[in-house]
Design a protein around this ligand. Structure first.
Ligand code: FES
Length: 298
């Protein structure tokens, strides 16, 4: 269960400005149903060029609805030039904060706003964001967009990038590329973090190994899975074998085998030990099976 502020809950349970403005001056869409969140924003200008009405339609979670609701409140009364300065941070701050794994909802609001303003000006998209090269094919995110969320939100890890724009949250194949972008922008900040990483090749006690596996799953794997409604649970560790179970969307995902090898196993080998291999505990999905569960974090 996510921890939401009272403001998030208020805008989720009582969203403002739901629907579509009649005969709008600007229409913008962001996200996609296939990726789990989608937002359509419409606005109308008055004779002085100020946004006199704004409405939204959103498909998504509580954070997506609350972010969209707040977006409409923030832009009403503004000129388009003023509205262009509304950032995803403004949306999140207005809500008293969002769980980091949900920050992409605030980014989606900002993207829909930019798309709507571009639409008003007769453009299809905002050029500098969408002209870049696609880095994450799973979510269609470009290098420009990744660079932008890193700069605007001072992000220093791949996991944060996933939380803010979903890139890296699917098959994981682009995470190396994302890390390069993070490093190219943040330089020293990333290197400071790297020092904190456990040294590879050192001899770990069984307890240390389990703790490190758990930590790696929590920090390196889970955020990406959660970004699209999934989760992972560490079931057991037997020697070099790590047994996990996928939860939520991941449990039904046809790509779970791929995720297990190319994301989970790769991360555990990178951060804990190259000897580790991962197996999925399919039995644990069925109720009634007894397993020694090391992980009760969810
Ligand atoms: S290509 Fe980015 S997560 Fe698959």
């Amino acid at each position: 269960m996510w921890e939401y502020t009272d403001k998030v809950m208020d805008h989720f349970l009582h969203p403002r400005n739901v629907g579509e403005v009649e005969d709008p001056d600007g229409v913008g869409e962001a996200g996609s149903l296939a990726c789990g969140d989608a937002l359509k924003l419409t606005f109308k200008l008055d004779e002085n060029g100020r946004i006199t009405d704004a409405k939204f339609k959103t498909f998504g979670c509580a954070s997506a609805i609350a972010s969209s609701s707040v977006l409409t409140e923030l832009i009403k009364g503004k000129t388009l030039e003023e509205a262009m300065h509304v950032t995803n941070r403004d949306i999140a701050e207005y809500l008293g904060g969002l769980p980091e794994q949900k920050m992409h909802c605030s980014v989606m609001g900002r993207e829909a706003l930019e798309a709507a303003i571009a639409n008003y000006h007769g453009q299809q998209v905002v050029q500098d964001v969408h002209e870049g090269r696609i880095v994450c094919t799973c979510f269609g995110v470009t290098d420009k967009e990744i660079e932008r969320v890193i700069r605007e939100n001072d992000l220093t890890t791949v996991e944060q990038v996933t939380n803010y724009c979903k890139a890296g949250g699917g098959c994981g194949g682009c995470r190396g590329e994302i890390e390069k972008i993070v490093r190219s922008i943040q330089g020293e900040k990333v290197r400071e973090q790297a020092v904190l990483r456990p040294q590879k090749g050192r001899k770990l006690t069984t307890i240390q190994k389990i703790q490190l596996i758990q930590q790696t799953i929590n920090e390196q794997v889970r955020p990406g899975l959660r970004a699209h409604g999934g989760n992972i649970e560490l079931i057991d560790v037997e020697g070099e074998k790590v047994i996990v179970a996928f939860r939520g969307m991941c449990a039904q995902c046809k790509l779970s085998e791929f995720t297990m090898k190319d994301v989970v196993e790769a991360k555990l080998q990178e951060f804990v030990s190259e000897e580790l291999y991962v197996e999925e505990d399919k039995d644990s999905v069925e109720a009634g099976h007894e397993h020694k569960r090391i992980n009760d974090e969810s």
